[in-house]
Design a protein around this ligand. Structure first.
Ligand code: FAD
Length: 402
């Protein structure tokens, strides 16, 4: 800092595109960068490009509320998300980059007796699936979360805590994977949009970009809310609807909240960042949109939900608000694997909850792109499930705001 940053070296090269790569990944978010890193580190590929139309981490990876958890219901999801959580637990060491992973626990509440039954069911499912989960009565919830309103509009009857859940610094996850991938020779190409595909006899042969054509016989799409746009360019459709999901932060305060809290009644959830801001998110803006901004009614109801849970925050000022475009699949489960075009792979459908999935998403996607076979942890997430009917309806775990 005192040197005016003059002695700092860039953490990754500003790569210019080559004419051909062994593998091209479209989208420099967490999933794209993690995929490139694991392709290089686990599968020995060296000739890889990540193509990003803006700047890396400028999509949802840099816009999310950073909640990491594995409180899913079905074994397929629980196994996958718990694997992701376990990769997060060692990620700072693996990447030699501090991602500020803070396992401060994540609470979710029940507000009526049906909610209590569902909560008990979730705790059972999580424990059977090997994830950590605790069930607590209301008095224990209030004891553990200081400042929580004891009589909110929707009463808190019980709580589910996942102690290993928490938050991480979102930018650091993108930057950590980028630096590690670059060190293994991956070309990270920013300000380059993929505008089309070169497809010959049903097989991918390359991509068209604003910086020229690039040949590759293995291409991965990891563009979140723009997955259906890319699919259309490749000539097929995806069961994805894109919505804006918004969040906001307050002005910074001294530490007041040492865990993550979610109230399903209002959809409001919050945590406190290391800078001291209260980070607040909520449900989707429920109309399809590619406009990267949230609407006022959702912001208003989220703020109302926040003040209901923590009335003392009513005097705190809002610092900024933003939104990202998320890719929602109708069974709230991601799509990971092959597309109708041979050699063109899909990593999408993370909806409101793909930040927590970045390590496992990248790991399994790299496995599929390198070997041509689905990783066992992700085999159930194929696009084919919309033909076979083997859907994994995780709406109760991920239908809310992350
Ligand atoms: P992105 O990070 O969006 O990366 C995709 C990239 O593709 C973008 O950088 C984009 O510029 C690029 N791209 C698009 N089209 C092209 C093209 N034609 N050519 C080249 N590049 C292209 N998840 C959680 O787990 N926990 C949370 O608490 C949470 N909160 C959220 C809160 C909000 C407000 C939002 C918006 C999302 C939240 N999510 C959360 C979801 C999470 O952020 C995403 O699921 C995740 O970041 C997706 O990562 P990604 O790498 O697939 O996508």
């Amino acid at each position: 800092g005192l040197s005016g940053q003059r002695t700092w070296t860039p953490a990754w090269r500003d790569a210019k595109p080559k004419k051909r790569y062994q593998a091209v990944i479209i989208g420099g978010g967490g999933h794209g960068l993690a995929t490139a890193y694991y392709l290089a580190s686990k599968h020995g590929l060296r000739d890889i490009a990540v193509i990003e139309r803006g700047w890396i981490g400028g999509g949802n990876t840099g816009r999310n509320t950073t909640v990491i958890r594995s409180n899913y219901f079905f074994p397929e999801s629980a196994r996958f998300y718990d694997f992701s959580l376990s990769l997060y637990e060692n990620l700072s060491r693996e990447l030699n980059y501090n991602i500020m992973f803070s396992q401060r626990g994540m609470w979710s509440f029940a507000h009526d007796r049906h909610g209590v039954e569902m909560l008990r069911r979730s705790v059972n499912a999580m424990q059977i699936n090997g994830a950590d989960a605790e069930y607590h009565e209301a008095d224990e919830v209030l004891r553990r979360i200081p400042g929580l309103n004891p009589s909110p509009r929707f009463p808190i009857l019980a709580g589910l805590n996942q102690p290993r859940g928490g938050t991480a610094r979102h930018d650091a996850v993108a930057w950590g994977y980028a630096r590690a991938a670059d060190a293994l020779g991956v070309d990270i190409i920013q300000n380059c949009e993929v505008t089309g595909f070169d497809i010959r006899e049903g097989r991918i042969a390359g991509v068209q970009t604003t910086l020229g054509d690039i040949a590759a016989d293995r291409v991965g799409i990891a563009v979140a809310g723009h997955s259906s746009v890319m699919a259309r360019r490749a000539g097929f459709r995806l069961p994805i609807t894109s919505y804006a999901l918004q969040a906001f932060v307050s002005e910074p305060m001294k530490p007041v909240l040492d865990t993550v809290v979610l109230a399903p009644s209002t959809g409001t959830y919050l945590s406190q960042s290391d800078k001291g801001e209260i980070v607040v998110g909520s449900a989707l803006d429920l109309f399809p949109s590619y406009a990267q901004r949230g609407s006022l009614p959702v912001l208003e109801s989220t703020a109302a939900g926040l003040i209901d849970l923590f009335p003392q925050f009513s005097r705190v000022r809002l610092l900024r608000q933003w939104a990202g475009i998320v890719d929602v699949v109708h069974d709230s489960t991601p799509i990971l694997g092959e597309s109708p075009v041979k050699g063109l792979y899909l990593n999408c459908g993370w909806g409101t909850g793909g930040f927590k999935a970045i390590p496992a998403g990248g790991f399994c996607f790299a496995h599929h792109m390198a070997t041509g076979e689905a990783h066992t942890l992700a085999a159930a997430f194929s696009l084919d499930r919309f033909r076979t009917g083997a859907l994994i309806d995780e709406a109760s775990a991920s239908g809310i705001a992350h």
